[in-house]
Design a protein around this ligand. Structure first.
Ligand SMILES: [Zn+2]
Length: 474
């Protein structure tokens, strides 16, 4: 019997504070700039010197030279206490502190990737290198699950170096002074959890972060997950995917234990009633998906809660997501990542027909399958209403809604596209007038080894994206 049966407790997303993501530039430079507008020359040179030294300290953190970095932060704080960089350095010189960040796996621009920050609690300065070893293995750990492996290129991973004054976890009447307030849940399992506000404050200092973190609590065991934050006690690799399922996709536990009692409401992968016609995953049953049905015993409860499978979902005791959970993870990824990574000329611009314009569309590429790309050239009156992509760091692409269908065959199609598609718009056969060129990219989620697509139901249409241009044919 693996201990993973007891490893978790879901957390409500609504309990999480929301922190706006800062603009994509370093915090210090932004602070220095703000101050420089209203400060005399001598103070300005202080700001510049402090900011420069601060950047040097951050570089030391990125190179995992923590002792030197902390000494430098202390020096900056003492030498330039009135500067913005000096004040931030004072915070970073404390016993419990965020020291800085470094990329672990860079798969592209943060604006269109899922940026996950890995941090630790209970790691004292001389143990931070041990944390770095754990952090380094996280992308590989994610890739052990086939869904996360297929879409690993949609993710960036960052290491946040967080130092704690003490090494320990609160529980059994003892408390420790740590950066993220790691503690055991007061139940028989004692799963590790942390102060999520402290996690979000650190994420607020990382320009690329978008509220998502994996936290390793050094002295803890088991884990918890919810609201974008997965907490792992110790370094139980098997727990990571399970907690990420809670944290990222809002999945519920599919296991039974002795603690939970009562009633449960419907969620993605757990139902409060056992009727196959009403469970949230009924579309999988209707499609005849192998191994998917309605099984009693879930959300920690023996009775009164039903799950889609007994086939070893990672939300129960298994290693991988079941088909129902897998669909939820793929949709959650697409709520943050647009399958179209970029396009030229600038979408929305007006193209002229002489010479015939060439469109270049950058398309994301999962590991083993390509996306479908379609182009239409439509007379202006025939183009359906436009639904622009939501913008911003914490956008939810589901808010856009499904794209309206386009009547008529596309003018050009690329199946299983590579990372870039180019199309020379055929203008010769067009009568003079104004047209709309539409490019739609869709992830079919058809992965060769599976008979059914990974997503059967995409009500918000997040698997699809669109760009448009106006075309003037002279
Ligand atoms: Zn599942």
């Amino acid at each position: 019997m693996r201990t993973s049966a007891l490893r978790t407790s879901g957390m409500r997303a609504s309990a999480m504070p929301t922190i706006a993501r800062p603009a994509r530039r370093t915090l210090v430079l932004a602070l220095a700039l703000t101050v420089s507008l209203a400060t005399p020359l001598a103070a300005q040179s202080d700001e510049a010197a402090a900011a420069k030294a601060f950047t040097r300290a951050e570089d030391l953190v990125a190179k995992a030279n923590y002792t030197a970095a902390r000494a430098l932060y202390r020096e900056i704080a003492e030498r330039w206490p009135k500067t913005a960089a000096g004040q931030l350095a004072a915070l970073r010189a404390q016993g419990n502190a965020f020291l800085g960040r470094a990329p672990l796996l860079d798969n592209g621009p943060s604006a269109n990737r899922i940026d996950i920050v890995v941090m630790g609690d209970g790691y004292m300065l001389d143990k931070l290198n041990a944390f770095d070893d754990i952090a380094r293995t996280l992308p590989k750990n994610f890739a052990r699950d086939p869904v996360l492996e297929e879409y690993l290129g949609y993710h960036n991973f960052w290491r946040a170096s967080v130092v704690s004054r003490e090494d320990g976890i609160d529980g059994f009447g003892r408390t420790y002074d740590t950066a993220l307030g790691g503690r055991m849940l007061p139940n028989v399992h004692g799963q590790a959890t942390v102060d999520r506000g402290a996690v979000q404050r650190i994420l607020g200092e990382i320009p690329e972060a978008e509220g998502l973190a994996v936290v390793f609590v050094k002295a803890g065991q088991l884990g918890t997950g919810g609201g974008g934050v997965a907490v792992i006690g110790g370094r139980e690799d098997d727990t990571v995917i399970h907690e990420w399922g809670h944290a990222f996709a809002g999945l519920a536990d599919e296991y039974i234990d002795q603690v939970h009692r009562g009633r449960t409401a419907d969620s993605i992968n757990v139902a409060g009633s056992g009727d196959p016609k009403t469970v949230p995953w009924r579309h999988w049953i209707e499609a005849g998906a192998p191994g998917i049905g309605v099984y009693e015993g879930a959300a920690g409860m023996q009775r009164g809660a039903w799950k889609p499978t007994t086939g070893g979902c990672v939300m129960e005791h298994g290693r991988y997501f079941c088909a129902v959970c897998r669909e939820a993870v793929v949709l959650a990824i697409h709520r943050r990542v647009d399958p179209i990574d970029g396009a030229k000329p600038e979408p929305g611009s007006t193209l002229r027909s002489k010479p015939a314009p060439t469109l270049t569309v950058e398309v994301l590429r999962p590991r083993t399958h390509g996306l479908d790309v379609r182009f239409w050239v439509l007379p202006k009156a025939q183009a359906p209403a436009e639904r622009p992509e939501p913008q911003g760091a914490r956008r939810d692409r589901a808010e856009r809604g499904a794209l309206p269908p386009i009547a008529g065959e596309p003018d050009w199609v690329v199946f299983n596209a590579g990372k870039q598609v180019q199309w020379k718009v055929p203008v010769r056969e067009r009568k003079p007038g104004t047209y709309v060129v539409v490019c739609r990219v869709r992830d079919t989620t058809k992965v060769a080894r599976d008979t059914l697509p990974w997503v059967l139901k995409d009500d918000a249409g997040v698997l699809e994206s669109e760009r448009r241009w106006t075309l003037l044919v002279e």
